[in-house]
Design a protein around this ligand. Structure first.
Ligand code: SF4
Length: 379
């Protein structure tokens, strides 16, 4: 825990008065490097304070959204500035109406520009991401007095993979889309992408794309050839990645943040999603624990496993990536069929175990976690 200096105490007192609570929770993680510029310790809180003053730049904002001086917002912004400058963690709880997003965006922008490294802002919902990118950041650009770039980071599977798409609608149609409607859907997506400059993400396509079709043509970590791919220059995903590399503020979501974090802690540097960043700000943090469990834990479902196997080889309906002729693929197809049978047995055994250990003798309705020796716990 960092000892409060006088300014900390002032910020804490102001926050208490304003029903904003905050807590310093130790030093930031070791992989987030300490700021290089000692002047930041003084400048960042000072600049932030000046910005939020009653007669500061915010009061001159040319917006329909009328600015109203809020001491709680100023106090939160100053505490965030000090946490960034001193490289320690900060936890803030504040009610609606405080103006939290401006309170962290302003010090984050100054900090990222000074440090020449981005600050990642992670949110749970698309609504908040849109608010930050389409409303808050454009407004701040008018008055903050520094040039900065902001980018939205989405997971790989949000972007179409041109290599897979053109294989799927071209010479390998039979493997990807043995049925006509799925192929027609993929061709429709192709026509739309070829006729419209866009970011190649699912959200940018104006009609609903079938989930199964999209899964066959989207970017996947294990399937991406990176710079060796003949589509690399046009690749939507890699274009987006380059824009994240140049951004000062990267708006992410918790899922992407944890997927990246998992790779960083595993040392898989070549597969990381986000560039090295100077600090992380988590908004909508109430879902953080679930996201951490989802991404850093192990999860397997029967449907997901069978879907994965069927993408390799569908022993009943035909199709799959292993459909090509050859002794090796024949052996792999046999292995896939065997795995399908074994996985059915495995999941049936897990189901029976849960029924046997449930007092009611039925399958528990809630999700549960198997535990060593004691049966299972409801989640
Ligand atoms: S670079 Fe990767 S994601 Fe992009 S088109 Fe090629 S294989 Fe697909």
């Amino acid at each position: 825990m960092i000892k409060p200096v006088e300014d900390d105490t002032i910020a804490a007192a102001a926050m208490r008065d304003a029903a904003v609570t905050y807590e310093e929770i130790g030093d930031a993680e070791a992989h987030i490097a300490a700021p290089a510029d000692p002047a930041l310790h003084r400048e960042l809180p000072e600049n932030t304070r000046a910005f939020f003053r009653a007669d500061g730049p915010l009061s001159r904002l040319d917006s329909a959204r009328k600015y109203e001086y809020r001491p709680q917002q100023e106090a939160m912004a100053e505490a965030a500035a000090m946490a960034l400058a001193e490289n320690h963690n900060l936890c803030v709880e504040a009610p609606t109406g405080v103006g939290k997003s401006f309170a962290y965006l302003v010090p984050a922008i100054h900090f990222a520009v000074k440090e020449s490294r981005p600050v990642v802002i992670s949110t749970e919902t698309i609504n908040l991401q849109e608010q930050l990118l389409d409303k808050d950041i454009p407004l701040l650009r008018q008055v903050i007095g520094v040039e900065f770039k902001a980018a939205l980071a989405k997971g790989r599977s949000n972007y179409v993979c041109l290599r897979r798409l053109y294989m799927a609608v071209g010479e390998r149609q039979a493997e990807f889309f043995p049925d006509g409607p799925a192929l027609a859907e993929a061709k429709r997506i192709t026509r739309w992408l070829e006729g419209h400059p866009g970011d190649g993400s699912k959200a940018d396509i104006p009609f609903n794309c079938d989930g199964g079709v999209w899964a066959n043509i989207c970017c996947e970590g294990g399937n991406c050839r990176g710079p060796k791919c003949s589509f690399f220059r046009q690749c939507y995903y890699w274009k987006a990645r380059r824009s994240w590399d140049q951004a000062d503020i990267i708006i992410s979501n918790h899922a992407l943040f944890f997927a990246d974090h998992k790779m960083k802690i595993a040392g898989e540097v070549e597969n990381t999603l986000l560039p090295p960043y100077a600090a992380l700000i988590v908004d909508e943090a109430h879902t953080l624990e679930d996201n951490a469990a989802e991404h850093l834990g192990l999860r397997i479902t029967q449907t997901g496993f069978h879907y994965f196997l069927r993408r390799l080889f569908n022993s009943k309906g035909g199709g799959g990536l292993l459909l090509r002729a050859g002794k090796e693929t024949l052996e792999l197809r046999e292995t896939v069929a065997e795995l399908e049978g074994l996985s059915q047995t495995f999941f049936a055994m897990v189901e029976q175990l849960l029924i046997d250990r449930n007092e009611s003798g039925k399958l528990p309705k809630k999700q549960c976690k198997l535990t060593g020796g004691r049966g299972f716990e409801s989640l």
